[in-house]
Write a protein that binds this ligand. Structure first.
Ligand code: NAD
Length: 228
């Protein structure tokens, strides 16, 4: 079975009603990164950080996967499909994809602040001040904040180097180290990038750019791949 590795970003969830970061009506128009998505913010203004992620989680409960998430799940009929997502939502899981590596964490989980291995599911949408891990420390959102290490980048780069076909969907390729994953994909491997806007990918060989929204672009590409 051929291996398809798929790198997804906020754009794949845009048609499900989740705002991206960098589009003109994106989240960073409303919030400053340093106020809500850094460890420093967590130290200085815990309530604002908790509230920011609580609001995201509340919104996620009302969102469903779109045609692009479902198409990627359907691709498993013929291929060994590995998703690597920068997204913290759970829409790939909800659509039925089975192999998903989250690079930047998961919105519906909380993590101990003294032991990174203690990770808990969040029931409902709210993570509150005073909720503690079994070692007694405050729980934080299980997300990678700007400036923090990305532990899953190592398996992600290994997976990228083993792809037979590589798809990049809805990412501005602005956030490192995720943006560097394309460099691990062998030059001869066919690559497809689906994004309605221009994304800078100079020097990438065997790359087909599909300037479409994910819903249409991914559905059409998956149909082609299933018929190949
Ligand atoms: P980004 O906001 O930097 O880029 C989004 C990209 O999606 C842009 O290139 C844009 O042109 C494209 N896009 C917009 N609408 C689209 C559509 N309908 N179909 C396909 N593409 C579309 O997001 P990023 O590159 O993922 O990186 C920023 C960080 O944002 C990541 O770390 C990610 O964790 C985080 N984030 C996640 C979510 C989520 O979990 N859904 C939402 C917002 C941001």
């Amino acid at each position: 079975m051929k291996k398809i590795v798929v790198l997804t970003g906020a754009g794949i969830s845009a048609e499900s009603g989740i705002k991206t970061f960098r589009d003109s009506d994106g989240l960073w128009e409303e919030y400053r990164i340093e106020d809500v998505a850094t460890f420093d913010a967590w130290l200085k203004n815990r309530n604002l950080v908790l509230d920011f992620y609580n609001q995201r989680r509340k919104q996620l409960l009302e969102c469903s996967p779109n045609a692009a998430h479902y198409a990627l799940a359907a691709l498993e009929k013929k291929y060994d499909v590995q998703i690597i997502t920068q997204n913290i939502d759970d829409l790939h899981e909800k659509a039925g994809s089975t192999k998903i590596l989250h690079l930047h964490g998961e919105l519906k989980k909380a993590r101990s602040t003294v032991d990174d291995n203690l990770i808990y599911d969040i029931e409902g949408w709210e993570l509150k001040k005073g909720e503690r891990c079994e070692k007694g420390s405050q729980l934080r959102p299980h997300v990678v904040w700007f400036g923090e290490a990305v532990p899953n980048i190592v398996p992600a780069s290994q997976l990228s180097s083993k792809a037979d076909i590589y798809l990049v969907i809805g990412t501005s390729l602005n956030v490192y180290p995720a943006a560097g994953l394309l460099n691990y994909v062998p030059a001869n491997v066919p690559k497809y990038l689906i994004d309605p806007n221009g994304v800078a990918v100079a020097g990438t060989r065997n790359l087909t750019i599909i300037k479409e929204k994910a819903g249409k672009g991914v559905t059409e590409l998956v149909e082609k791949l299933l018929n190949d």
